[in-house]
Every structure is written in structure tokens, then in C-alpha cells.
Design a protein around this ligand. Structure first.
Ligand code: NAD
Ligand code: UGA
Length: 433
């Protein structure tokens, strides 16, 4: 099939590439000319494991191309995906301006029946809005389908090629058949295609992210209690997660969830409820716990050192999670800003996110491409992202470089007993010092 993907960000680029991988011809379109020019010259604008190789392969096979010309891409396609951003507006609702602009561009270009797919995460009722906007521009037949994306950054290709499920929201048999054919190669392993209305599909996406965010806030809240009552959250996590009704995954406490999705999607679903005269009390608490959790590590640092003025802190890890260069809503931003506000200096390392971090902190912090270099004469080491390469460091070297052997671990990657043995004062999340 011929596909047009409007919005070549994390989702558009990964989805477009994976659809090309299964033999479709895909044109990825973006209004950002710099991004398209970079892709045309073989540069991948984001760090996502495996993506560069897959893009290169499919470009060479002439199944994948990039363009800023939306009209031609739409006109040549059987299916048009809308995968533009839906950032939070001031009131927490999802800002639909990019989705509706893409819909308008599709409407203006339509030259025959096509399936239009809302891939972006959008509030309930958006498919109806998209339909209206397109219909205002054309007399051609089309269907709007809601097909939310469940991939996570850092494992995006694996998630997309081997999904747990495909959700397709549509009341059109014709559109459903097209989508079923498109996804056939991805569900061979047994993952279901779950068909529902566009409204249920739109809400399913928010429900999924809100549930995952709830698990994290629950564990963060519990971790704080563990510290007060002499328990260890890591033990509690294992004991709790071994019940298959709970499950082991997504129970890791830390410095709060970040990223471009959980924070904005929790806000957006709360807003949707408010707009419909309902209060999602549980999710409001999930959000409050998350805001508080981002302050927990800085509070421990202040308690240990008293005044932070003139102190230097080494930071390992800046991205909102490992295996990505994405800094959107990274808890590291909140923690570093707090340290800077208190008069401290920061020297930071991240395997992939330094470029993104520079856009946020500029010259206000120091950047190191070698993680040990960040430690030089620092008062303490802070672990803010659990990159694999930080998990088994040379502790003797850390100790010799730091002014004082103190580690604040926001991701619980080290064993407290081992840290004691190595002579470190070790602070983690929900564990005994
Ligand atoms: P992104 O910001 O990385 O990319 C969006 C792209 O759309 C940008 O390159 C932008 O220039 C482009 N764009 C904006 N308006 C356009 C227009 N009118 N025409 C063409 N291009 C346009 O965003 P993302 O992270 O890929 O997220 C996209 C959507 O997918 C969001 O709704 C997000 O919630 C959802 N989502 C994201 C992830 C993720 O892991 N990032 C996972 C699942 C769902
Ligand atoms: C999340 C979902 O996992 C995807 O299924 C979804 O498609 C995506 O949002 C989206 O809608 O965009 P992502 O934001 O890429 O994916 O990353 P996650 O792995 O979910 O992590 C989100 C945040 O939660 C990170 O800051 C991470 O450190 C934190 N987290 C995650 C924890 O604190 N504990 C955990 O146990 C898991």
C-alpha cells in the first residue's frame, strides 16, 4: 500500500519506517524543513536504537522517502497518518492546532477515497473534529480512523514491529479492512486487533498511559513511606509484583515520571473529565504525587549538605529515561534547576542527551562526554537516568575523584549494602540509608 505520514517526529518516523519495512511505500512529511533536509541527507534527527539502520535500508530500497510537499504525498497515498504533536495547552488540554492543520492540508489535497488515521494521542471526539475539517475542504469520500500508538521511546522499533495489540477505532467496514490488511504482518505473532468506536479508541490511549502513570506514582508514594517505616521498596516491589494480577513491570520508583507523554496525557484526561463535569480524583493525586516526587532527591541533598552554595554536583543521566536523547519533561531538569537556584554548580554526563540538554541549560551547567570527568572535585554524584553503562562503575575511581564519597541515586541502581562496604554514604529512593 501507499502511505503518507504527516509529522515526522518520534512516532511518525518510527511508524513510517516500520510500515516501509513490511513492504509499503511510505512518504514521511513534515513542515520542519530542517528536519526533512537532515533526513534527506541521511541524518536521523533523534536517537532511537536501531532506527538509523532501518531508515537507511528502506530508503535504499526506495520504500521510504521524506518530503515537505504534503499535497503530492496525500494524493499518492491510500492511507494518510496524522502523527503530529499534541502538546499540552495552558489549561492542560491537548492542543489540537497541529492535528487540525494536518487535517485541513489533507482535505485540501484529497483526490479520491482515502483512509485518514489519527495516530497522534488525541482527546475523545477528535476524530469527529478531523472529519469535519476535512469535509469542509472536499467532496471526496474518506473515512477517519483512530489508531493510537503504544510504542515507548528507546524500544520503539521492537514495540512497533511486535505490538501487544493494535487498537482500531472506526465504524466503517471499508476503512477497517484497509487497516486490517496494513497491520496483518504485525499481528502474525498473535497480538489482537481490537476494533472499537473512534471514541473508545481515543480514550483507550489515555487510559493506558494514565494506568501506567498511576502504577509509578503509587510506587513513589509507597517508597516515601518505606523510608519512614524502615522498609525497603525494592523488596516490597518484588513481593508485590510477583502476584500476576499486579505484574512485575512498571513498578520502579524513582524521581517521578517524565517524557513527552505521561505528564501531558494525565493532564489531558483530567481536563477531558472536567470539561464533561467529572473529576478524576485518582489521576489528580497521581499528578500531585509526581510533582512532589521530582523534589525528593533535591530535598535529600539539602538535608545532607545544608547550604548548597558553592558546592559542585556530578550528574550522570539527563534524558527522561535510558536509550533516548529526549529531554522533554525529564525530572533531571527540575532537580538541576533546584541545585542551580541554591547556588550549586553542576557537571553533567549523558550518553545521548547532551545536545538536547544544551538547549535547556545553555552555559549554566558544565557538560562532559566522559562520565568520570564529571566527578572531578564534586561534592557528590547524582544518578538521574538509569543508563546501563552506569550500573557497574569503577567505585574506587568514583571515590578518588569525588571530594566526599556521597551518592544520591534517583533510580535505585546500586545495592545499598555494597555501597556501605565501598565506603559511600548512599541515598536512594525508598531504601534505608
Ligand atoms: P514530535 O514533536 O517528535 O513530532 C511531531 C512532528 O510533527 C514534528 O516534527 C513537527 O514539525 C511535525 N508537524 C507539526 N505540524 C505539522 C503539520 N501540520 N504537517 C506536517 N508536520 C507537522 O512528536 P511525537 O513524540 O512524535 O508525538 C506525536 C504524537 O504521538 C503525539 O500526540 C504523542 O502524544 C503521540 N505519541 C508519542 C509517543 C512517543 O513515544 N513520543 C508514543 C505514542 C504516542
Ligand atoms: C510511554 C508508554 O510506556 C508508551 O506505551 C506510550 O506509547 C508512550 O508513553 C506515549 O504515549 O508516548 P515513554 O514515555 O516513551 O512511553 O516512556 P516510559 O518507558 O513509559 O517511561 C515514562 C517515564 O516513566 C520515564 O520518566 C520513566 O523513567 C518513568 N518510569 C517508568 C518509572 O519511573 N518507573 C517505571 O517503573 C517505569
Amino acid at each position: 500500500m501507499k502511505l503518507c505520514v504527516i509529522g515526522t517526529g518520534y512516532v511518525g518516523l518510527v511508524d513510517g519506517t516500520c510500515f516501509a519495512e513490511t513492504g509499503n511505500t511510505v512518504v514521511c512529511v513534515d513542515t520542519d524543513k530542517t528536519k526533512i533536509d537532515a533526513l534527506l541527507s541521511g541524518q536521523i534527527p533523534i536517537y532511537e536504537p536501531g532506527l538509523e539502520t532501518l531508515v537507511k535500508k528502506n530508503v535504499e530500497k526506495k520504500r521510504l522517502s521524506f518530503s515537505t510537499a504534503v499535497q503530492a504525498a496525500v494524493q499518492n497515498a491510500d492511507i494518510c497518518f496524522i502523527s503530529v504533536g499534541t502538546p499540552p495547552g495552558e489549561d492542560g488540554s491537548a492542543d489540537l492546532q497541529y492535528v487540525l492543520a494536518a487535517a485541513k492540508a489533507i482535505g485540501e489535497s484529497l483526490n479520491g477515497y482515502k483512509v485518514i488515521v489519527d495516530k497522534s494521542t488525541v482527546p475523545v471526539g477528535t476524530a469527529d473534529k478531523v472529519k469535519k475539517v476535512i469535509a469542509a475542504e472536499t467532496k471526496q469520500a474518506f473515512d477517519v480512523v483512530s489508531n493510537p500508538e503504544f510504542l515507548k521511546e528507546g524500544a520503539a522499533i521492537e514495540d512497533f514491529l511486535k505490538p501487544d495489540r493494535i487498537v482500531i477505532g472506526t465504524d466503517s467496514e471499508r476503512a477497517f479492512k484497509v487497516m486490517e490488511t496494513l497491520y496483518a504482518p504485525f499481528v502474525r505473532t498473535g497480538a489482537p486487533i481490537i476494533r472499537m468506536s473512534t471514541r473508545s479508541a481515543e480514550l483507550t490511549k489515555y487510559a493506558a498511559n494514565a494506568m501506567l502513570a498511576t502504577r509509578i506514582s503509587f510506587m513513589n508514594d509507597l517508597a516515601n513511606l518505606c523510608e519512614l517505616v524502615g522498609a525497603d521498596i525494592d523488596m516490597v516491589r518484588q513481593g508485590l509484583g510477583s502476584d500476576p494480577r499486579v505484574g512485575k513491570r512498571f513498578l520502579f520508583p524513582g524521581i517521578g515520571y517524565g517524557g513527552s507523554c505521561f505528564p501531558k496525557d494525565v493532564k489531558a484526561i483530567i481536563r477531558t473529565a472536567q470539561d464533561n463535569g467529572y473529576t478524576l480524583e485518582l489521576l489528580q493525586a497521581v499528578e500531585n504525587v509526581n510533582e512532589k516526587q521530582k523534589q525528593v532527591l533535591a530535598a535529600k541533598i539539602k538535608k545532607h549538605f545544608g547550604s548548597l552554595s558553592g558546592r559542585k554536583f556530578a550528574v550522570w543521566g539527563l534524558s527522561f529515561k535510558p536509550q533516548t536523547d529526549d529531554m522533554r519533561e525529564a525530572p533531571a531538569i527540575v532537580i538541576i534547576e533546584e541545585l542551580l537556584k541554591s547556588g550549586a554548580q553542576v557537571s553533567a554526563h549523558d550518553p545521548e542527551a547532551l545536545r538536547e540538554a544544551k538547549k535547556i541549560f545553555g552555559a549554566r551547567i558544565d557538560y562532559q562526554t566522559d562520565n568520570y570527568a564529571a566527578l572531578d572535585k564534586a561534592d557528590a554524584l547524582l544518578i538521574l537516568t538509569e543508563w546501563s553503562e552506569y550500573r557497574e562503575p569503577d567505585f574506587a575511581r568514583i571515590k578518588s575523584l569525588l571530594k566526599t564519597p556521597v551518592i544520591f541515586d534517583g533510580r535505585n541502581i546500586f545495592n545499598p549494602a555494597l555501597m556501605k562496604e565501598q565506603g559511600f554514604k548512599y541515598y536512594a529512593i525508598g531504601r534505608q540509608e
